[in-house]
Every structure is written in C-alpha cells, then in structure tokens.
Ligand binder design. Structure first.
Ligand code: NAP
Length: 265
C-alpha cells in the first residue's frame, strides 16, 4: 500500500515521520510513503529516513491508496484540482488536513467528470502538534465513506475521534489551540515557581510531571476532575486556598472565554 503526503511542512513532515517510525504497523516500510513538496529542503530529512520524495504532486499520488493533503487552507482547492485526475477514486482515500475547509467544499472540489457520479472516500482530519511524538488528539470528519485507512494511519499517531462536522470548530479549539493553552498554564506555573525561589528548568520538570500525573489520573475509568480535586483539598487547607485564589482571579472564566474566542461561529 502506498501513502502520499502532499505538503511536507510542519504538519505533513510530522505525520510522515510518525508513519515512518511506526512502520511496519501501517506502512510496511518507509519506502511505501511518498512525500511531495515544492521546495526540496523540506523533503531531504524524509528522504534520509527512507521515504520516497518528489517535487511533483502528480507523481506522489499515482497509485496511492491514501492521499494526505497537508497544505495551507487557501491552497487546498488548487492542489485538489491539480491531482484529482491522477487519483483512482475506485480505491483511494483522501484525507485533508486543513482548518476552515468544509465537507461541502471538498465534495465540490473533488468532483471530476471522468469519475461520473462516483465520489472518492474523503475526510477532514485535524491533528495537533503532538502528532510529531505520536501523541496527537486527532479528529476525523468523514465526508464520504468511513475512511478506514485514515483512521488506521492517524491511530498510529495518537488518539483519533470520529466526530460530526458541526463539532469540529469547538474540537479544534479544545485540542489544537488547547496545546497552546496547556503550555501557557505551564509557563504561568513556572513564573510562579521562580518567584518562589525555584529555578525555571527545575520548575518545568516538576510541573510537566505533575500534569502528566493529573492527566493519567483522569485516564482511569469513571474519574472526574472534581473527584480528584476533592482528594487533595483538605478543609481549611492550603490547596483550597490556592484554588480559590485562582478562581478569584478568574481562572475558570479565562479558560472558557479563551475556548469560545478561538471557536469560529
Ligand atoms: N500546524 C498545526 O498545528 C496544524 C494543526 C492542525 C492542522 N493544520 C493544518 O495543516 C495544514 C498545513 O499546515 P502547516 O502548519 O504544516 O503549514 P506549513 O508548515 O507551511 O506546510 C505547508 C507545506 O505545504 C507546501 N506547499 C506549498 N504549496 C504547495 C503545493 N502547491 N503543493 C504541495 N505542497 C505545497 C509548503 O512548501 P514550501 O515551504 O516549499 O512552500 C510547506 O512545506 C494547514 O492547512 C493547517 O490548517 C496545522
């Protein structure tokens, strides 16, 4: 099976590296992956890792069973127009990694006379930057068919949730923008730690492990943040004083406002 990645920038490059490192679980060997990009500098590290590379999008998609499009949103239509006649709609699946494109847009752009009324299997995929460590929270919105190859490919790169298109803007805010929000909490906690006399690198180590612990507690079945918070808040104790001080400064409201601000209506 051949996988084509069109656009080997930040996201396309990370997806390619993740699929290569997970071989033979999805692709059998790195050479099953072909990455296309206009500038060869983006391709050099992937070629070094054993992928096949090209500056021609058409060459990359030929015979591909899965085409993953990773170009900027405003280029998606032009790239689809360029490649669609070279994709075999009878078996190929197309996954579009781009913000602000809709299933209806893709349905229209992917239509081609030579395929008659046949539509290809296609979907929108929204990973986050943790895809580079195979720890992405990825959302998949199916346009036509269930897109099992996409599900399996991105399943190698973290968790995948298949959701309805109407939920995608909020999901993107929670998980893609959410990476920045979580990091901003870490930075804030580091600044507080420095004021308390702990050097920044040591504080970072402490805070990251604390967050890994908190997230792991919530991965246990039947858990809820408030139940875990209750376990560390002794009446009259220090933790509840800290939590209430944060709430008086608007912690929960700030998070809710941030999520709403980054969700286009
Ligand atoms: N970064 C994220 O956190 C994130 C998260 C979720 C989704 N996304 C989506 O991922 C997509 C790609 O974003 P990115 O951050 O990876 O951008 P990027 O780093 O700029 O990568 C885009 C790549 O596309 C290449 N390209 C430009 N024109 C092309 C063409 N005609 N054919 C093939 N490749 C072409 C660029 O090559 P040159 O550099 O040579 O021009 C570049 O390597 C976007 O649609 C974005 O919405 C990104």
């Amino acid at each position: 099976m051949k996988v084509a990645i069109i656009g080997a920038g930040a996201m396309g490059g990370a997806i390619a590296r993740g699929l290569i490192s997970s071989a033979p679980r999805f692709i059998t060997s790195p050479g099953d992956l072909c990455a296309a990009n206009p500038s060869p500098r983006r391709l050099a590290p992937l070629a070094e890792a054993g992928a096949s590379t090209t500056c021609s999008n058409i060459e990359a998609v030929r015979d591909a069973s899965l085409v993953i499009l990773c170009v900027k949103p405003w280029l998606v239509k032009d790239v689809i127009t360029e490649i669609k006649d070279h994709i075999d709609y009878s078996y190929a699946e197309i996954a579009v990694v781009a913000a602000c494109v809709t299933i209806s847009d893709l349905n229209e752009w992917l239509h081609k006379e030579s395929a008659g009324s046949r539509s290809p299997s296609f979907c929108i995929v929204m990973p986050n930057t943790a895809v580079s460590l195979c720890k992405s929270m990825t959302f998949q919105v199916n346009g036509n068919g269930t897109c099992p190859l996409t599900l399996k490919a991105f399943g190698q790169l973290g968790e995948v949730m298949v959701i309805e298109e109407r939920l995608l803007p909020a999901a993107t805010s929670i998980a893609s923008c959410g990476i920045a929000y979580a990091l901003r909490y870490i930075r804030a906690a580091m600044e507080g730690s420095v004021e308390l006399g702990i050097r920044a690198p040591l504080a970072q180590e402490m805070i990251v492990q604390t967050l890994i612990g908190a997230a792991s507690l919530l991965q246990e079945p039947g858990t809820h943040p408030e139940t875990e918070i209750d376990k560390v808040t002794t009446p009259g104790g220090l933790t509840i004083r800290g939590l209430n001080a944060m709430e008086h400064s608007g912690f929960t409201s700030a998070v809710i406002n941030g999520l709403k601000a980054s969700t286009p209506r």
